[in-house]
Design a protein around this ligand. Structure first.
Ligand code: FES
Ligand code: FES
Length: 180
């Protein structure tokens, strides 16, 4: 018999649950199969590529990344997360009315090719830029900081340079994120 336990959390600003979920079910399966939030990508399934990353809202107002292929749905109990579906602003019909600066910059820079890794890169860039909001980086350290933010994310189409350029542009264009 499959044992289940309830999971409750906040996803994209909406309360979800309690939902009875099989013990051990990966979070990405919960997102895909229970909630029809299929934008989070399953790739390696082993915690290596970070394609499956979502943003976790921390209690102190910061954000962090969390992979959903290697962590079970129950580990997310009580958390507040943002998936790729929750990044852009939408109207009451669910239509996208405004992309985030990161999403727009990725498009402007033709940063992705197949796009499979993109939700994970959007999550990484979002957490990186949120971090700059709390702790600005010196201009001379910006390149290294972007490298560190993306170093765990794999793009099999090798779009790294353009992802990098897009995030640099957003960081430099946002007042207070980069200091001299
Ligand atoms: S699919 Fe989760 S790290 Fe690769
Ligand atoms: S754009 Fe294809 S894997 Fe990154």
């Amino acid at each position: 018999m499959i044992r289940k336990q309830p999971v409750s959390l906040t996803i994209n600003g909406n309360a979800v649950g309690p939902v009875d979920v099989p013990l051990g079910m990966p979070m990405i399966d919960f997102l895909h199969d229970y909630l029809n939030l299929t934008g989070t990508r399953f790739s390696c399934g082993q915690g290596i590529c970070h394609a499956c990353t979502v943003v976790v809202d921390e209690e102190d107002g910061t954000t962090s990344e969390m992979r959903t292929c290697i962590y079970g749905a129950h580990l997310f109990n009580g958390k507040s997360i943002t998936t790729i579906e929750g990044q852009a602003r939408r109207d009451e019909n669910g239509e996208v009315v405004e992309l985030t600066p990161v999403q727009q910059a990725f498009i402007d820079h033709f940063a992705f090719q197949c796009g499979y890794c993109t939700p994970g890169f959007v999550a990484a860039a979002t957490v990186f830029l949120d971090g700059l909001k709390h702790a600005p980086v010196r201009r001379a350290e910006l390149e290294g900081a972007i490298s560190a933010a993306f170093e765990n994310h794999i793009c099999r189409c090798t779009g790294y340079v353009r992802y990098f350029e897009a995030v640099r542009e957003v960081a430099l264009a946002t007042p207070g994120y980069v200091v001299d």
